[in-house]
Design a protein around this ligand. Structure first.
Ligand code: FES
Ligand SMILES: [Fe+2]
Length: 381
């Protein structure tokens, strides 16, 4: 992050500390519980947001070498994303052009080609059909018309997006609405994947994202875990069109008031939460990066699953480093699994029962929540 931005943001935090304040939205807002329970709305979200919009599928550092690949089935479209010999990442439908078998599973590294497990048609990393056994059986078939079906992909700022449905090219700077260069300054393409966790919850996918969007709950819900690390009920909120940045200052940031501005390390003294429209939460912690990709599950409005991907700046080379990152991962997962998500699941169950209030309320001190839900509602109009 540029020093100029770090200085500006630090000044805002120090002013809040002096005034015991936080960023506020203009007004208290009320939102219908049906945001989290309405099946028709849920169906529209799955199509509009998770099929038609660009979705984050991986980080550039997941596909370091030609042949490195990931698969993704989270949107209902089977995707295979691979780094080509030419260095370009491409996305294909993960289905053989012979009779539809899946070409790859999970994530990994393919040697030279993808070979179909069914009858061994093989495909180059640029999607071309490279070889088929017993070619004489397919005389008259045009091999050039048998390449894998490609989907639009964009790679920039260390992040890879795919549009699961449709052929429209992705203009990622248009999509990020001014946030891109700031993301690029973190050099995430040089990071290293440490661990992936899948977490399934009985919550609407938007309610999962809501749990990241305010520090109002830190002093109560996270009293003994991450609460002591952060300033309670203090955030900076900045919208970038449909995306947002929410800053949670650590208590240590107060010490910067005594240091010269050109040495202010804002990133070290905060957790920076970015929501990349529509469903990716990027958490830049002082020393590592978390990517949370949250998806609606199956056909149930009250179920979702997410992938938490943990990235670190240097590869792990010894047990001490491994123990350090394992401990980091442990407190992170414990906090969400034992505190945030059980609380959210309780709220979701209440919403589903139809027994409570028809609306919930977002305080002025929860500006990112109101922004996120407003943006989601507008996207469906
Ligand atoms: S389905 Fe792939 S080779 Fe037959
Ligand atoms: Fe939380």
């Amino acid at each position: 992050m540029r020093q100029e931005t770090q200085i500006q943001l630090t000044k805002r935090v120090l002013a809040h500390i002096a005034a015991q304040g936080t960023d506020h939205s203009a007004a208290v807002t009320h939102h219908p519980v049906s945001l989290y329970t309405c099946p028709e709305r849920f169906a529209a979200e799955r199509q509009t947001l998770f099929r038609n919009e660009p979705i984050v599928v991986a980080m550039s550092c997941d596909l370091r070498r030609p042949g490195d690949y990931v698969t993704d089935d989270n949107t209902g479209v089977p995707l295979l994303i691979v780094r080509g010999e030419d260095g370009r990442a491409r996305a294909f439908i993960n289905a053989c052009q012979h009779r539809g078998a899946r070409l790859a599973e999970g994530r990994g590294h393919a040697k030279r080609r993808f070979v179909c497990p069914y009858h061994a048609w093989s495909f180059a990393f640029d999607g071309r059909l490279a070889k088929l056994p017993h070619e004489e059986g397919f005389s008259g078939l045009d091999p050039d018309a048998c390449g894998l079906q490609e989907r639009p992909l964009a790679e920039k700022y260390g992040i890879i997006w795919v549009r699961p449905e449709g052929d429209a090219a992705i203009d990622i700077d248009d999509h990020l609405e001014g946030l891109g260069p700031e993301l690029g300054e973190f050099n995430w393409a040089d990071y290293h994947h440490y661990e992936t966790r899948r977490i399934d919850v009985k919550m609407n996918w938007k309610l999962v994202i809501d749990t990241f969007l305010e520090p109002y709950h830190f002093a109560t819900l996270h009293r003994t875990t991450v609460g002591p690390i952060f300033l309670p009920n203090m955030c900076l909120f900045d919208a970038f069109g449909r995306n947002l940045r929410e800053t949670f200052p650590r208590r240590t940031i107060a010490a910067l008031a005594e240091q010269p501005e050109d040495q202010w390390d804002f990133v070290y003294h905060t957790a920076l939460v970015y929501v990349l429209f529509p469903n990716t939460v990027v958490v830049m912690q002082a020393d590592h990066l978390e990517i949370w990709r949250i998806f609606p599950s199956a056909d149930a409005v009250d179920q979702s699953h997410m992938y938490l991907e943990f990235y670190i700046p240097e590869p792990v080379t010894n047990d001490k480093a491994r123990a350090h990152w394992d401990a980091n991962m442990d407190i992170l997962v414990r906090t969400v699994l034992e505190e945030d998500f059980p609380t959210g699941e309780g709220a979701q169950a209440g919403f589903m029962s139809g027994s409570g209030r028809s609306h919930i309320v977002f305080g002025r001190n929860e500006p990112a929540l109101a922004h996120f839900e407003t943006v989601m509602a507008a996207a469906l109009d």
